[in-house]
Write a protein that binds this ligand. Sequence first.
Ligand code: PMP
Length: 407
Amino acid sequence: MNYDRYFEDALAALKRERRYRVFITIEHDTSRFPRASWHGPHGTRDVTVWCTNDYLGMGRHKVVTEAMAASAGRMGVGAGGTRNIAGTSKPIVDLEAALARLHGKQAALVFTSGYVSNETGIATIAKLLPDCLLISDEMNHNSMIEGVRRSGSDKRIFRHNDLVHLEEILKAAGSERPKIIIFESVYSMDGDVSPIHGICDLAKRYGAMTYLDEVHAVGLYGAHGGGYAEEVGAMERLDVIEATLAKGFGCLGGYLAAKEAIIDAVRSHAPGFIFTTALPPPVAAAALAAVEHLSASDTERARQRTQVARTKARLEAVGLPVLANNTHIVPVMVGDPQLAKAASDMLLEDHGIYVQPINYPTVPRGTERLRITPTPYHSDDLIEELSDALLATWRALGLSLAARRAA
Ligand code: PMP
């Protein structure tokens, strides 16, 4: 039996559809972030990274790297087991207490990634509610979709951020049945935000629970980095807040924050929590340092906002098709998978600028784009360089530009 051909056929199909993924090998250097070395086909070259989800550069911040190094020196690297067997370390317990405080919840539970926290968290919570109906925004992330699927519960999908459609579904479900509305705060590809208060109003009216993914918002929004719900004063209205330690906090891991009873039940029922080795103590210590730093200091948030605003203004001024939003995500629209890939290749090869193209299925066909994420460390000079390089690339590929505006 020739098994190889099945894999080869699958790869050929991806290549035909221009969905074959090419990864770029980057070596970061904490002293000059977001500049980095690219290990490519022509050897090693300097590049500027414009597509990191380490949105605030906390992954290279001294308080974070020092916390990790100190913890690794003292406690070693691996957790030594699942949480049940030897893996519940002091840094994880301290981190969970800090996360519960950050979101104004009774308790928090840490998982090995944001993906796992959604997948196992949603499935477990839904399974604990008899005849539960899951009501999920159509733009929700794959980890939430998988959680919904694994729960085996009935589901209804509401049109993105559409309160009218959501209300129709809630009304039809009736008041007796347990219901959970599952949605995100900042949607990562368009950078739009959900109407959190409007959704909480409907949840209250129709007796539904709310489950909010704040993966692209924690650390970045709210006076203490508690996320978009903190920013709009809605934290106490949400039943479950899920987020990551890997983006705004620059490390790795995910978590749920909620009432004690919910967290305690998930702790004892969620396979994705129970049957896997805990997060390494140094990672938990580093994440705790990032959470504490961003709770107390606005420096990174404020600087990032300034540099995001400058990036958007500059790119718009030269006529680049920036998708408008009120967040830190700067989508520059291309609308074709081959051209998005060509633009990304040209930026890297000719200009030393690394921005990964975003193609289907991550975004709908016809909305392919470059997704730019300025950090507090992208200087005005780097913004200028990005703008010049994008403009040259757009012209070289014959992509459309709006009329130049006064900068
Ligand atoms: N939720 C959303 C909305 C995401 O975009 C992602 C990953 N990018 C995740 C969850 C998963 O988080 P993590 O990367 O920590 O696994």
